[in-house]
Design a protein around this ligand. Sequence first.
Ligand SMILES: Nc1ncnc2c1ncn2[C@@H]1O[C@H](COP(=O)(O)OP(=O)(O)OP(=O)(O)O)[C@@H](O)[C@H]1O
Length: 361
Amino acid sequence: MPKAAEIDIASVSKVYGTSTAVDTISLKIPAGSYCCFLGPSGCGKTSTLRMIAGHEGITAGDIRLGGTIVTDFPPARRGTAMMFQSYALFPHLDLVDNVAFSLKMKGVARDERRAKALEMLTLMQMEAYAARRPSQLSGGQQQRVALARALITNPEALLLDEPLSALDPFLKIRMRAELKKLQKSLGITFVHVTHSQEEAMALADLIVVMNNGRIEQAAAPRTVFEKPATAFVARFMGDHNVISGRVTSIEDGIVSVTVPQGHTFKVRDIAEIGKPIDIGIRTDRVRLERTSDKSLGFEGIVSNIEYRGASVKIAVIGAGSEDFTVVISDGDYFRKPVATGDAVSLSWALEDVIPLGLVSA
Ligand SMILES: Nc1ncnc2c1ncn2[C@@H]1O[C@H](COP(=O)(O)OP(=O)(O)OP(=O)(O)O)[C@@H](O)[C@H]1O
């Protein structure tokens, strides 16, 4: 069984010409964990992955793998393997030669490398297709071959750049489960780049949310979802209403945040009067038309209704918010349906209001 490596990223930056793609990030990825880098296009996640792999030079800082500084090591000496978004399989080679390729580069004898390649194809349940060319495979099968090819070097960490993006939605969910199973059975560190929060939540032990070359939050999926560190994280993870206002009073540890239109939201936080602040309210924690405490909530007009199957998403205009979102179960909705244009009152519990931090403005 291959050993797993801790990945230690210490004050790492990547500058292309005059543009900073990765801005002094520090992060420890525990050995044997499944880590997902998550963020919008251009936030620097692929550059970070490529710096871990050694496919991209590091402008400043250091990367350690299992305690060894690998900053100046070429990819093959790092103990990592990379699986590319496009799988990058050779069209003219059969699957065995595709999988055996890196061993060929290392000068391993033909019989030995083909035997090892067949072993890896067997691990990925692809041995029956060994003589085929990549074009004779489905997308999911190509992905398994790409995984076999990456794993043949017994890496301590497997780096995956948007590995599921080429697959259709059904296959995506199936291959996602296979990736998780594979990581668990191999026990090595997986670092997976994605822009899908759903994918990251389903797979990761550690989610690293990036924005503008910086890490906004690095934590377990449940923490990132339940306690987003910033307004960006709350918006990116979805299912949160993010409200920007200003602290207008503090009483017994309860902060009143007033939005420009005058409505006041209450939140537990330490803040100073006058400071701009962002707060988050989970869409599924809002009660609609069952107001018990009018001081925590507001009245508004239903502007849109989306049926989602198990739940219904309702947009409400009011309290200065154009699209305050409420998600309620289908059962609750159909017991007492509302229509576009209806006046509703919304309420929530104080503990469901999350302080997202002071805004530097
Ligand atoms: N080789 C390069 N030369 C110049 N700029 C680059 C290069 N590679 C990336 N960049 C820039 O660096 C920034 C970060 O890119 P990167 O590919 O790391 O982002 P990403 O989060 O992975 O995005 P995506 O999800 O679109 O792949 C972007 O602004 C991009 O345009």
